[in-house]
Design a binder for this molecule. Structure first.
Ligand SMILES: [Fe+2]
Ligand SMILES: [Fe+2]
Length: 278
């Protein structure tokens, strides 16, 4: 039997949602070297729900700061042009994908709670690693598992088969899907983001979040942070099959040891325990 995946291409999916105008305008501004923060500010302000979510993220504990950020201009100054653009892209992608949940068995709150928890912990790890683009790690965290939604919607028989394997053999999802598919959720998620021309800041960490050692520079530390944060989350979810701890070299790549990781997990207990997201 030909696997369901044979001949499957996101390019051929006719009902794939399109990115809203605010995202394509932000991409165009980011690609133009003569763009100014003012132009990005105007784009963000043109979409009040997106603007308020960016402000909420800017004020979240993952970007430790002394005073509350009450306006977008300060958010762009504090977080940086690129980080704000990536946050804008992540939240618009999340909104764009919402209709797909109606035809899938995945509950939006399950995916987004997991994703926002992983985003939060990954951002904290990126901070420890002194990674200058903590906002980008956070944005990639929000998007890291969107490929599961694609699988659920467009390769439903394979998705069911993976879930059965997870349950029957207590296998982690990423391991079970390797038995069923050539491309897993990480590759499919990245393909979707690439089809929308999203920057490699986001596509590469998403593609390699289960094999961060293969992620090209300069995005590799984001991919390591995602892998570790994903592990932290799953280790607090006893209903899920255990996933193996990241190898020591992966921890070292972001300045962690097994001891400091358990400290991070303790400090971030609220984020790593499944909880309401953004
Ligand atoms: Fe994943
Ligand atoms: Fe995940």
């Amino acid at each position: 039997m030909r696997p369901e995946e044979d001949g499957f291409s996101l390019q051929k999916v006719r009902d794939l949602p399109t990115l809203p105008l605010v995202a394509s305008r932000a991409l165009a501004v980011a690609e133009n070297p003569s763009s100014t923060p003012r132009e990005l500010l105007e784009i963000v302000m043109s979409d009040p729900p997106v603007a308020s979510r960016i402000l909420r993220v800017a004020n979240s504990p993952y970007f430790r700061r002394e005073r509350e950020i009450s306006d977008l201009q300060t958010a762009i100054l504090h977080l940086g042009f690129r980080n704000v653009r990536n946050l804008l892209l992540a939240v618009t992608v999340m909104d764009t994908l919402t209709p797909l949940f109606q035809r899938s068995k995945t509950r939006p709150e399950d995916l987004w709670n997991h994703s926002s928890s992983v985003a939060a912990v990954a951002a904290r790890i990126a901070g420890i690693a002194r990674c200058p683009a903590v906002g980008t790690t956070f944005s990639a965290g929000l998007l890291h598992d969107i490929g599961k939604l694609i699988l659920n919607c467009y390769l439903p028989r394979s998705f069911e088969c993976i879930l059965d394997l997870c349950e029957e053999e207590r296998l982690p999802f990423a391991q079970a899907e390797r038995r069923v598919l050539l491309r897993g959720h990480a590759a499919l998620g990245a393909e979707l983001l690439e089809s929308w021309n999203l920057p490699s800041d986001l596509t590469q960490p998403v593609r390699w979040h289960h094999e961060p050692q293969r992620c090209p520079e300069p995005q590799r530390s984001h991919a390591f942070a995602l892998e570790i944060a994903d592990y932290a989350w799953h280790s607090h979810a006893p209903q899920d099959p255990a996933i193996p701890p990241p190898p020591r070299e992966h921890l070292e790549a972001v300045g962690l040891t097994a001891e400091s990781l358990s400290q991070v997990m303790q400090n971030e207990a609220q984020a790593v325990v499944p909880a309401p997201g953004l």
